[in-house]
Design a binder for this molecule. Structure first.
Ligand code: NAG
Ligand code: NAG
Ligand code: NAG
Length: 488
């Protein structure tokens, strides 16, 4: 199956889709702002979102306030739902960023997969994806769905397979939807994707039948076994309409510029792409549409239930940015992403900075700031608890303190133990008061590996690794030293 749209101004009809569906265009972008009424209700969001839907979208939008709107930036006027995703930025070599042009608004597909598909219940809302993800542990490319087994069918795996980054070149055969789960690098985009890149995301379509939301806005819903279709996991037996968003970003406009593309949440990989939805359909209309809008053309014009407004009217509908954010420039930003959000390459789970315990003092010019940060890391083949001593000083070089964390193990026979020293740049950004705002982590590099063998003992082994043999530049960077677990 392939979902795709041809040129933005001309909606392609598509074949090969046996299931009924409709493709809801939202030609207007209702706003671009650091707002997320699901995750950061009543306050500003750390990152910028491209928001589609009604003019009453706000920090505390819900179904009722959305329904009270006077317009929507989408095609069907009875739909006052809110649809939003992070925006895409281009980061120049000097660190300045600018928004990438969004082409044609966005498309929200409503797909009627499965049996007994029901409309979203009143007050329903949900999130797809995970903003902190920076890795993908499953085979690339996806094996055929019939071969998925074990962990590959876990919700964690399905959630990541629900992301797609489609390289667009309208002179060539289209790539399949959800065929690539990461954002291609700039070299690749420049070379192949002459019409930009289409971000795709599929929402879960299995519902627990009772909760209209949950603490993480995810656990009341689940993915069916093949992301789009298949069987629902136990306890999530109610099949709701499948939602799928497509947003095109004109990355090709930056072809001759040096830099990288970064999603607004500080993610250059794409693994942390996500999307949000608040149901705002006029009461009863979605229920009717699920029953009646079964044309295979996918055109909203082909369903009598819908009242359609012009593209111009869709483009006119904008919400008012709240006072707190009114003067923030979300189109260009000096020295980083809007809100100075750090770029986190992973592969470690990015996490909010509040996840670190840090003690630091005000960074006066020439003064030195030090912070001790404890992190748990989970890397392929390496698990460890790391004590990180971070030192920042202006005008001088400070070596980080090496703190080894001994581990205790019981061994029964010969084991070879590998102590792997890895190094990773960790830059902690602090505000004027010394409160950490964000961390930026570089790639992990193995500095050295030391092998040792213990034989025939049943005992407690406590090893304290010595400081790593090699140190790289320590100026303004902290290093993480990871002691590996045992390799049997
Ligand atoms: C669909 O709903 C009908 C009526 O409630 C029920 O008889 C049928 O078993 C359901 N089908 C599936 C596949 O759940
Ligand atoms: C960019 O991606 C391509 C394809 O995945 C890869 O072959 C290439 O090495 C990457 N280039 C850089 C600079 O990372
Ligand atoms: C904080 O980090 C731990 C691992 O050390 C992780 O399990 C937890 O989910 C993180 N918390 C948040 C809020 O991300």
């Amino acid at each position: 199956m392939r979902l795709d749209v041809g040129l933005v101004t001309c909606l392609a009809t598509f074949s090969g889709l046996a299931e009924a569906f409709w493709r809801l265009p939202c030609r207007g972008r209702a706003g671009l702002a650091r707002l997320d009424p699901l995750v950061d209700r009543g306050k500003d969001s750390p990152h910028v979102h491209a928001i589609h839907g009604p003019d009453t979208f706000s920090m505390s939008a819900d179904m009722n306030s959305l329904r009270d709107s006077s317009c929507t930036s989408c095609a069907v006027t009875q739909d006052r739902s809110a649809y939003w995703t992070p925006a895409l930025y281009f980061m120049h070599e000097n660190g300045d960023t600018e928004i990438v042009n969004q082409v044609g608004g966005m498309l929200a597909y409503y797909l009627l997969y499965g049996h007994n598909v029901t409309a979203f219940p009143e007050n329903f809302q949900m999130i797809a994806g995970d903003t902190y993800k920076r890795d993908f542990k499953w085979p690339i490319p996806d094996p055929p769905t019939s071969e998925w087994s074990g962990e590959e069918t876990s919700q964690a795996a399905l959630r990541q397979k629900a992301l797609g980054f489609n390289c667009l070149n309208y002179n060539q055969a289209a790539e399949p939807s959800l065929g690539r789960h990461f954002l291609p690098n700039k070299t690749y985009l420049d070379e192949h994707c002459t019409d930009g890149v289409r971000f795709e995301i599929m929402f879960p379509s299995c519902w627990n039948g009772k909760d209209v939301d949950s603490h993480d806005h995810k656990s009341h819903v689940a993915y069916p076994s093949t992301v789009m279709d298949g069987t629902c996991p136990e306890g999530y037996d109610t099949r709701i309409v499948s939602l799928f968003y497509e947003t095109i970003w004109d990355t090709y406009a930056f072809k001759n510029k040096k830099g990288t593309f970064v999603v607004s949440n500080g993610d250059p990989t794409g693994f942390g792409y996500h999307a949000d939805f608040i149901h705002g359909w006029e009461s009863g209309v979605l229920e009717q549409a699920v029953k009646k809008c079964t044309s295979l053309s996918g055109r909203v014009e082909d369903c009598e239930v819908f009242n359609i407004q012009s593209e111009d009217d869709q483009r006119k509908c904008k919400f008012e940015v709240p006072t707190l954010l009114k003067n923030e420039n979300v189109y260009t930003h000096k020295g980083g992403l809007p809100n100075n959000l750090a770029v986190q390459y992973g592969p470690a789970y990015a996490g909010p900075v509040s996840n670190t315990t840090a003690t630091s003092t005000q960074a006066a010019p020439g003064a030195s700031v030090s912070a001790s940060i404890e992190l748990s890391i989970d890397l392929p083949g390496i698990k460890g608890h790391v004590m990180l001593e971070q030192s920042t000083s202006k005008g001088s070089t400070t070596a980080p303190t090496w703190t080894a964390t001994p581990t205790t193990s019981y061994i029964e026979q010969a084991v070879t133990q590998a102590v792997v020293y890895v190094e990773q740049k960790v830059i902690v950004l602090v505000d004027g008061k010394g409160t950490p705002l964000a961390t930026e982590t570089g790639a992990l590099e193995t500095v050295s590996t030391v092998m040792s063998t213990a034989t025939n003992v049943i005992s407690t082994v406590v090893t304290t690794p010595t400081a790593p043999p090699a140190k790289r530049d320590t100026h303004r960077h902290a290093h993480r030293h990871v002691r590996n677990g045992h390799h049997h």
